[in-house]
Design a protein around this ligand. Structure first.
Ligand SMILES: Cc1cc2nc3c(=O)[nH]c(=O)nc-3n(C[C@H](O)[C@H](O)[C@H](O)COP(=O)(O)OP(=O)(O)OC[C@H]3O[C@@H](n4cnc5c(N)ncnc54)[C@H](O)[C@@H]3O)c2cc1C
Length: 241
């Protein structure tokens, strides 16, 4: 038996926020992560609050920055010229293609996978996460602290600058063990790494692995990840220099 016992489809953000005041209700976006997770968990009864009727699916460009509605699907994002080549490429590297039609930007940020190359790309594009209550936080803070169940309504990025990604993985199509994503800015470079900490992190391009203690797993030891991260960082920065 599934633990999902009810489905709500609010038509305003206030209605959604009101529904989410009940502790047994969860936000449903694309459903690629949360539906399998809740179906596998038979310990409680949960209700889903679907965000798809809230109009959070627009991509808008204003004053040199681009705002991605939280419900923008990765497939749509990956081909939108306003987000730039690097982010489009990174979105195409996430998930199988059929699931990219479902998965959303908001769900990706809220899930905060430590292996997500798209999150690394959003970090180096200065992503600011906007919430239903009108507040906004830099993405690195949201990754470190979580979104606390608050509805993410949009992610705002600076799409400018050249970008590059360097990866190592078990196969070219597999999720990278470690990835380095670099972007050139008017002040220099920004660099983010996957697979070296409990979240994707932005690092100092001049000392990319300083202070890092990557977790070990079956795909790579801590020492291996550290040494690969140093090499990939150097290559990624060189590629955008
Ligand atoms: C086979 C498979 C492969 C995967 N591969 C990857 C991968 O390569 N990279 C990767 O990063 N992830 C991966 N995932 C995890 C997940 O599918 C993705 O992170 C996906 O982008 C989540 O988006 P979604 O819209 O489907 O979120 P959902 O599954 O709908 O929600 C995920 C979580 O985010 C919360 N949430 C969703 N939207 C919002 C919002 N607007 N505000 C606040 N909270 C919200 C939900 O409550 C839930 O806790 C994979 C999952 C599976 C099953």
């Amino acid at each position: 038996m599934s633990s999902i016992v009810a489905y709500h489809r609010p038509t305003s953000l206030d209605e959604a926020a009101e529904l989410l005041t009940e502790s047994n209700r969860s936000i449903l976006a694309g459903g690629t992560a949360i539906v399998p997770e809740k179906r596998a968990d038979h310990t409680g009864e949960v209700e889903m609050v679907d965000l798809q009727a809230l109009g959070l699916d627009a991509i808008t460009a204003v004053d040199g920055r681009v705002t991605l509605g939280a419900m923008v699907r990765l497939a749509e994002f990956s081909t939108d010229p306003r987000v730039g080549e690097l982010l489009g490429d990174l979105a195409r590297r996430e998930l199988p293609s059929a699931m990219r039609n479902q998965a959303t930007i908001g769900g990706t940020v809220a899930t905060g996978s430590a292996d997500s190359v798209l999150i690394a790309g959003l970090l180096v594009h200065d992503a600011q996460v906007e919430f239903h209550d009108g507040g906004s936080l830099p993405l690195d803070q949201v990754l470190a602290e979580g979104s606390g169940g608050t509805i993410i309504v949009a992610v705002n990025i600076d799409p400018t600058g050249a970008g590059a990604i360097m990866v190592t993985g078990r196969t070219p199509a597999d999720e990278p063990i470690v990835a380095a994503v670099a972007r050139s800015t008017t002040d220099g470079f920004r660099l983010a790494l996957t697979g070296v900490a409990s979240t994707v992190i932005e690092v100092d391009p001049s000392e990319p692995v300083s202070g890092l203690e990557p977790p070990s797993d079956f795909r790579g030891s801590s020492e291996y990840r550290l040494s690969v991260a140093a090499i990939l960082s150097e290559r990624a920065v060189k590629a955008v220099a």
